[in-house]
Design a protein around this ligand. Structure first.
Ligand code: SF4
Length: 382
């Protein structure tokens, strides 16, 4: 496949109705309706995922299989080896289907940064899970009520408008457990978002006849945080999720930008940044610390052979305005689809570069293999 430009900024989706809200959509919609609209659109393959996101899916696949008793073995070592196979298989499948920019950046799935670390942690957590197939076969599902067994299933509220899948719903111990691949934040052992998620699972459990009084976050770094959950807190979280769903659906049929609430906090880690006009109209250099470095500018010249530098005039984004140079771009990241290098006068958006402190006129932005992407902006884009 070849094209004139590499990554062309995609057209944002319209805001479509959501019938049912999940914990992930709930979090996104609380930050920004447009962000949730993107998640709900299912068009995620248009954007290269962060390698960590792929690894996170791999870890969850292992844990899900372990909790289902599918990973066999009578000893911890046997279960660990089985879990590593599951991880490798899932990661190969994900990598084969992922965005071509990741293929241009990484020779194989096991070259993703921290691959072996995530693999080892997933395998250890799976080995610790110690669930055998015969035990799983006796378990009831949440729909049939509290059996005293550890169960894991998708849960739907009675009105069908809230749904979610907790990693573990332990009815016997009135506990919901969720696994996280990221470390705890600076604000404490549990983030606000994780707390909301646990309470929402507790709400879903109660809607299915299972009483939950405790939420647990287990991280792949093997830390664990617990929090009590009262029936009132669970019910309140359910009410809030429904209210967020109703608020979201008031935007249905409107353009993507109408739901945007750009801010340094809301836009942090948002996958929509490459194509979100509201972000580019509002972003300020001061957002850099919280939101990362993303700049838009007009190309002046391109230099280099294997490693490319783009000289540009930055006009928008979270970097300082004016003369700038983006360095250390591998030629392959720009030409992987048979595209030409960016040309003078083209407008480009550089996502996730690192600002070299105190550089100015030109400001220096350094590309990195993990996150940086260069998008070409179509001329009619506002
Ligand atoms: S970039 Fe910001 S404003 Fe745009 S969709 Fe994401 S969170 Fe919303």
């Amino acid at each position: 496949m070849s094209s004139e430009v590499g990554l062309l900024v995609p057209t944002p989706p319209a805001i479509r109705k959501i019938e049912r809200i999940s914990p992930t959509l709930y979090e996104a919609a609380m930050k920004c309706t447009s962000r949730a609209a993107w998640l709900a659109s299912g068009e995620r393959k248009l954007l290269p995922p962060h390698p960590r996101a792929l690894l996170g899916i791999g870890v969850h696949a292992v844990l899900e299989r372990a909790r289902s008793g599918v990973i066999s073995g009578t000893t911890e070592d046997e279960r660990r080896v089985g879990a590593e196979h599951v991880f490798d298989e899932k990661m190969r499948e994900l990598f084969a289907a992922t965005h071509p920019l990741l293929h241009a950046k990484f020779d194989g799935v096991d070259r993703l940064p921290f691959y072996n670390l995530f693999r080892a942690r997933a395998a250890q957590m799976a080995a610790d899970a110690n669930v055998v197939p015969s035990a799983r076969a006796r378990e009831d599902t949440p729909r049939t009520g509290s059996s005293g067994s550890t169960v894991e299933a998708a849960l739907v509220s009675r009105d069908g408008r809230v749904a979610g899948r907790a990693d573990v719903l332990d009815a016997a111990n009135a506990t919901v457990i969720d696994y996280k691949t990221g470390a705890a934040g600076d604000s404490g052992p549990l983030t606000e978002s994780e707390l909301r998620q646990l309470r929402l699972y507790a709400y879903l459990a109660s809607e299915n006849g299972i009483a939950i009084t405790r939420g647990v976050i287990e991280r792949t770094d093997r830390t664990r945080a617990e929090v009590p959950i009262s029936p009132q807190q669970a019910a309140e979280e359910g009410r809030r999720a429904l209210s967020v769903l109703d608020g979201y659906n008031q935007h249905v049929g409107r353009p993507f930008e109408s739901g945007a609430s750009p801010s340094a906090d809301a836009c942090r880690f948002c996958p929509c940044i490459p194509f979100c006009t509201a972000f580019w109209k509002s972003a300020e250099a001061q957002w850099n610390g919280q939101c990362g470095t993303h700049v838009e500018g007009v190309v002046e010249s391109v230099e280099g052979e294997r490693l490319i530098s783009i000289n540009l005039n930055v006009t928008r984004g979270t970097g300082s305005r004016g003369a700038a140079v983006v360095t250390r771009l591998s030629r392959e990241w720009l030409t992987f689809s048979g595209a030409a290098l960016p040309q003078p006068q083209q407008t480009v958006r550089i996502i996730d570069a690192a600002y070299v402190e105190e550089s100015e006129a030109p400001a220096v932005f350094r590309a990195d293999r993990i996150g940086t992407a260069v998008w070409t902006v179509p001329s009619q884009t506002p």
